[in-house]
Design a protein around this ligand. Structure first.
Ligand code: AHM
Ligand code: MG
Length: 335
């Protein structure tokens, strides 16, 4: 028997008036993402059954091999947003450059741009482990009615009007914020409907989980090494537990529910870490702050970083307030 939870569709309509610039455009955009999420979910779930596992043979802008499902998810999201004619530009982790969308509408009135990581955690696809989609929405800064420019995409994360992710896990969830807290919706696959299952999600102030690829330990800065040792020390409520899926969305999702810290530091082998500011860190940082957590590059707020290029990488530390603040203490002690 279904509980009488609100559907995502109902939630979007009810909350439309709380948007700062309420014209229905943002609601339509979230609706389009909801639709694309269902399509990609369908593909992800049947991935083991058909010949879409494995590498597509191309490499993306960072020289990483693209998995077929990455390519597919990228196509589905871009097509859905294009077809529904509700954005003026899209930038994707899987595309070299941003995409301008204006041919369908003589007046070019759409004011939002979307930045997307269509399928994050791609090394997990072939092994049946959770992956996710991350999205981020901004108002364009150039005038409506003109083609979008790079500066429409290179905005500070603090300018986001909405951000969210879809986690394709044991169940599929869409989690997003439009600046009024974070809400999570679980897909009922039989009905194809998302239901509000996690209203007002909040990071616990404290946590006991640390998530980092410790295989890179020897390459980390001393501050990060010291913090990891602190997590492992037997004292008070420590040692903490290590949990690392290698899918940012899934690691973030777990830590937001249970309390924890996610870290992708810079290292002697990765100058700025691995994660991309625009497609991964900014949207997750926006969600973290909306959920009472913190996101930083180890020293300063992610959302205050001035982007300089589309595929820029930054170190990323994110999670429960007290844990990230403790990390900051270790970082500043070692500079
Ligand atoms: P991707 O965009 O190529 O999938 O890479 C991003 C992913 C994150 O989801 C994850 O947290 C991280 O890469 C894992 O990297 P590593 O394997 O170096 O620990
Ligand atoms: Mg990614």
């Amino acid at each position: 028997m279904l509980k009488k939870n609100k559907t995502l569709g109902e939630f979007i309509i009810e909350n439309q008036s709380s948007f700062q610039y309420s014209s229905g455009e943002l609601s339509k955009l979230i609706n389009a993402i909801r639709l694309a999420a269902k399509v990609v979910n369908h593909e992800v779930n049947k991935a083991g059954l058909v010949d879409i596992l494995g590498e597509a043979g191309d490499t993306n802008i960072q020289g990483e091999s693209q998995q077929k499902l990455d390519v597919l998810a990228n196509e589905k999201f871009i097509q859905t947003l294009k077809n529904r004619e509700i954005v003026c530009g899209i930038a994707s982790e899987e595309e070299d450059d941003f995409i301008t969308i204006n041919s369908y509408d003589e007046k070019h009135q759409n004011k939002y741009v979307v930045l997307i990581d269509p399928l994050d955690g791609s090394s997990n696809i072939d092994v049946n482990v959770s992956v996710g989609t991350i999205f981020s929405i901004y108002r364009r800064v150039t005038p409506v009615g003109t083609p979008v420019e790079l500066k429409d995409f290179l905005q500070k994360g603090s300018e986001q009007v909405a951000a969210g992710y879809i986690v394709y896990g044991t169940s599929t969830m869409l989690v997003y914020s439009t600046g009024h807290g974070v809400n999570g919706f679980t897909l009922n696959p039989a009905l194809g409907t998302f239901y509000l299952s996690h209203p007002n999600m909040q990071f616990p102030e404290d946590g006991k989980i640390y998530s980092v690829n410790e295989g890179n330990y020897v390459h980390f800065l001393q501050g990060v090494k010291d913090y990891i040792k602190y997590c492992q020390k037997e004292e008070g409520d420590r040692p903490y537990t290590a949990r690392y899926i290698g899918s940012l969305v899934s690691d973030f999702h777990r830590n937001m529910i249970k309390g924890g810290i996610y870290m992708y530091p810079k290292s002697s082998i990765a100058e700025n870490g691995k994660l991309r500011l625009l497609y991964e860190c900014n949207p997750m940082a926006y969600l973290a702050e909306q959920a009472n957590g913190i996101a930083s590059d180890g020293f300063k707020r992610i959302l205050e970083i001035e982007p300089t290029e589309l595929h820029q990488r930054v170190p990323f530390f994110c999670g429960s307030k007290n844990m990230v603040e403790k990390l900051h203490e270790f970082m500043t002690k070692n500079t």
